[in-house]
Design a protein. Structure first.
Length: 294
């Protein structure tokens, strides 16, 4: 089993054990439906991959890995609602509000968001209190009005409008990129060590890496929305175009979008130049993001 697949299975087991079974039954069922049995787990794997690069024990990374997946699942449940992106298909199956109903989907998303912070706030004697607080702050900032929620608001406001490449980039650095960057940064604080010059320098490079792959992920998403198909994607192909959303190909053209994807990938790889083999999984993830077909 490849290391990426190993960590994917690891976080799946942690999520399976962490998610409620009876609270009440229909709500816990909707939460589990929204999280389990699907998804690439890119954000959780990034947590573990960053831990490998910084020589942090996987056991210390389990909570942020699970939390970021819960938070990501909540964002998808709410993004798919009729009042947002109005999507019927996610990960090859009906979206939560279709499988259940809108009210249950809203509650399931709310519960998953708070479950993420409950998971992160559990006491861990191997991570100092200062770093635990920093980890919580990173996820809160990334998921709120200065991160993912901001990106979604820009996205909704941009429907049917012409925006610049810089405006599109700002949107995606927040909507998609914020949680990807949070995955990397949270992992970097999963120690008892306080700030050091070496750690700070490594964190700068890891942030550069995360921002690059975060944008690359979205550029590839936009390309696949045009060039792939619904069965392969697991969601409706052409949905962004049909909804009048700005995308990299629509603003730059397909050839320029593919060149941007190549440049972002190269920047991500270059940012890891000071790391050795311990960062190979981070490099593999960068390769996967630009070559994925779904």
């Amino acid at each position: 089993m490849k290391q990426r697949e190993f960590y994917q299975a690891r976080v799946e087991r942690i999520l399976e054990a962490a998610l409620p079974i009876k609270t009440p039954h229909y709500l816990s069922e909707a939460m589990r439906y929204s999280v389990l049995g699907g998804g690439k787990r890119i954000r959780a794997i990034l947590v573990y991959a960053t831990g490998e690069a910084l020589k942090i024990k996987p056991e210390l990374l389990d909570s942020p890995a699970a939390a970021i997946e819960m938070l990501h699942a909540y964002s998808l449940v709410h993004d798919d609602l009729p009042c947002m992106d109005d999507d019927d298909l996610r990960r090859g199956k009906p979206t939560t509000h279709i499988a259940y109903d809108e009210a249950t989907a809203v509650l399931a998303g709310d519960a998953l968001q708070t479950a993420a912070f409950e998971t992160l706030s559990s006491v861990n004697s191997e991570i100092c209190a200062e770093n635990q607080l920093k980890i919580l702050n990173i996820l809160a900032t990334a998921s709120g009005v200065n991160g993912m929620v901001k990106g979604q608001a820009i996205d909704l406001a941009a429907v049917g409008k012409l925006i610049s490449e810089n405006e599109l980039e700002t949107m995606h650095l927040n909507k998609t990129g914020a949680l990807i960057k949070a995955s990397v940064l949270m992992a970097s604080y999963c120690t008892n060590d306080t700030e050091s010059e070496k750690t700070d320098a490594q964190r700068v490079k890891l942030t550069e890496y995360a921002e690059s792959i975060g944008l690359a992920f979205q550029v590839q998403d936009d390309i696949l929305d045009i060039q792939s198909d619904t069965e392969t994607l697991g969601k409706q192909q052409g949905a962004d175009i049909a909804a009048g959303k700005p995308t990299y190909p629509s603003i730059m053209g397909m050839d320029a979008a593919k060149q941007k994807l190549f440049n972002l990938h190269q920047k991500a790889i270059d940012s890891l130049s000071e790391f050795g083999e311990e960062a190979n999984l981070l490099r593999e993830i960068a390769n996967f993001i630009v070559k994925r077909i779904a």
